[in-house]
Ligand binder design. Structure first.
Ligand code: AMP
Length: 189
């Protein structure tokens, strides 16, 4: 099973992604987590990415495309994976298609978690207090939402055209949302 999880920042992608990867016995590939880990460990990749992340902007396409290209070739990705937070631009989506084709793979589904904007801001601010993420301050949150609207939203149409879009209402309790995702994926082969 090969999946992507889309949705605005604060939609709960990461949390739901963890549950779904356990369901299917596949790995979660979160570009945000990989980038944060590179910053934490002082890697060159982290140095390149930090200024963009701190400003609520996207890290350049070639950087994240390179991360994913390497990661999906690793052994533990052979049985399937869930991409959490990638792709975020049309260029990333087309690069993903090409690299999967080169590996003889196809995407089974693209899940989009839909949450109203007002709800997102309050969720992100409360997460900021709990986790202390550097990019969870109010001005940066607003930038991240704008970046999402401008650059990532068009991917919904992209995957609708590919015929694999699963739209899931991301409002409600964690358990309700998990059930909706499971139901949406049940029809997936
Ligand atoms: P996330 O944890 O998915 O919200 O990602 C945190 C930040 O990492 C984003 O605001 C971007 O700056 C950067 N990032 C993560 N994934 C990508 C991606 N696919 N393309 C560009 N930037 C990304």
């Amino acid at each position: 099973m090969r999946l992507i999880f889309m949705g605005p920042p604060g939609a709960g992608k990461g949390t739901q992604a963890k549950i779904v990867t356990t369901d299917y016995g596949i790995i979660q590939i979160s570009t945000g987590d990989i980038l944060r880990e590179s910053i934490r460990t002082g890697k060159e990749l982290g140095l390149k990415a930090k200024q963009f992340m701190d400003a609520g902007k996207l890290v350049p396409d070639e950087v994240v495309i390179g991360i994913v290209r390497d990661r999906i070739r690793e052994k533990d990705a052979a049985d399937g994976y869930l991409l959490d937070g990638f792709p975020r631009t049309t260029q990333q989506a087309t690069a993903l298609k090409e690299m999967m084709k080169a590996e003889g793979q196809k995407l089974n589904a693209a899940v989009n978690l839909d949450v109203p904007e007002a709800e997102l801001i309050s969720r992100l601010l409360s997460r900021a207090q709990k986790e202390g993420r550097a990019d969870d301050t109010e001005p940066v949150i607003k930038n991240r939402l704008k970046t999402y609207m401008d650059q990532t939203l068009p991917l919904i149409e992209y995957y609708r055209n590919e015929g694999i879009l699963k739209e899931v209402n991301g409002n409600g309790s964690l358990e309700d949302i998990t059930e909706r995702i499971r139901t949406a994926l049940r029809s997936t082969v």
